[in-house]
Design a binder for this molecule. Structure first.
Ligand code: PLP
Length: 360
């Protein structure tokens, strides 16, 4: 096993002559092992790990200059929306949010200032699918950097670099770590120049993870393929159960044949993941709260991607930082319940959903 190099500094042979490691903000052997591991999973050349997914996002945004513009999806993780609008807009960067499942919506926002297209697919929480290859083709022709937040799919299900993306970003906190015990982020790229700029920022700004956390993620990744298979199998059965339940209005899961971009999901993903959302008929907020309080196996909590099943209420939790009007424009209703389906026995999970929805 890779040891936990619990060290901040390294003995040098003579002044300025080190043995590969100088100081742990710059490099740490446990972190190096993890960075290589995540890069390999994404079929990339270079990996960089950060103290959180948001620290990885922050580092990517520091590639930009005032006056630059970014196009992103209107159904985006709330924290990403927050750093875009509440932090980087203040530094003179402009963000456009569009429904990215239609390429023409992206095309309409491109101008000479567009420097980055930020894709999230499947999206959080509505599980929309963006055609990665099509967006990257459009961006490449106009010299625009493409970032894909691959948190929901993981490299086991989807490899954006192979589809033409310049950068893959992860909240490692989720499926890569897999056990709800680490907060971490990662970036993977193929181009050396891009890696060098990002490695400079990683060291200059310093939001790096500690070696103990890197060790935990290395251990978690050993079972990524097993966990993802179980997550997908359980989520698919739960999606079918919910789709036929009389109290459920809509089910958002890319594995369902009626999903708007099921065909694209099928081409760019190996399977459809462990995340799904659904709304209740009547869209009543009080009834939604009752359902959430009745869950016994699904724990009501922020986050996703761990082996234990979680449920969440995006409108009041993960996406509360998005104004109600913006949320509703993107179709994020008050009765939307998001599930991170774990690896427990699926019959038990379905039983829990049934009693929570029916209230008996
Ligand atoms: C899709 C997505 N991207 C990024 C993040 C941010 O990652 P972190 O919480 O590790 O900072 C999250 C967190 O929920 C997420 O769901």
């Amino acid at each position: 096993m890779t040891p936990i190099y619990q060290t901040s500094t390294y003995v040098q042979a003579s002044p300025g002559k080190h043995k590969g490691y100088e100081y742990s903000r710059t490099h740490n052997p446990t972190r190096t092992a993890l960075q290589k591991n995540i890069a390999a999973l994404e079929n990339g050349q270079y990996g960089l790990c950060f103290a959180s997914g948001m620290a990885a996002t922050d580092t990517l945004l520091k590639l930009l200059k005032p006056g630059d513009e970014v196009i992103s999806t209107n159904d985006l993780y709330g924290g990403t929306y927050r750093i875009f609008t509440k932090v980087y807009e203040g530094f003179g960067i402009k963000f456009h949010f569009v429904a990215m499942d239609e390429i023409k919506n992206i095309e309409a926002q491109i101008n000479e200032h567009t420097k980055m297209i930020w894709i999230e697919t499947p999206t959080n929480p509505l599980l929309n699918i963006v055609d990665i290859a099509a967006v990257c083709k459009l961006a490449k022709a106009k010299n625009i950097l493409t970032v894909v937040d691959n948190t929901f799919a993981t490299p086991y299900l989807q490899n954006p670099l192979d589809l033409g993306a310049d950068i893959v970003a992860h909240s490692v906190t989720k499926y890569l770590a897999g056990h709800s015990d680490v907060v971490m982020g990662a970036i993977v790229v193929n181009k050396k120049e891009l890696h060098d700029s990002l490695a400079f920022l990683q060291n200059a700004c310093g939001a790096v993870p500690g070696p103990q956390d890197c060790f935990l993620v290395l251990r978690g990744i050993k079972t990524l393929h097993l966990r993802m298979k179980a997550h997908c199998e359980n989520a698919s059965k739960i999606a079918s159960f919910l789709a036929s339940h009389p109290k459920v209005d809509k089910v958002y899961y890319p594995g369902i044949s009626t999903h708007k971009n099921h065909a694209i999901a099928k081409t760019q993903m190996k399977d459809f993941g462990g995340m799904l959302s659904f709304t209740l008929k009547g869209d009543d907020i009080a009834e939604t709260m009752n359902v959430l309080e009745r869950f016994k196996l699904f724990s009501l909590a922020e986050s996703l991607g761990g082996v234990e099943s979680l449920c969440g209420h995006p409108a009041s939790m993960t996406h509360a930082s998005i104004p109600k009007a913006e949320r509703e424009k993107a179709g994020l209703k008050d009765s939307l319940i998001r599930l991170s389906v774990g690896v427990e026995e699926v019959e038990d999970l379905i039983e829990d959903l049934k009693q929570a929805i029916e209230g008996k």
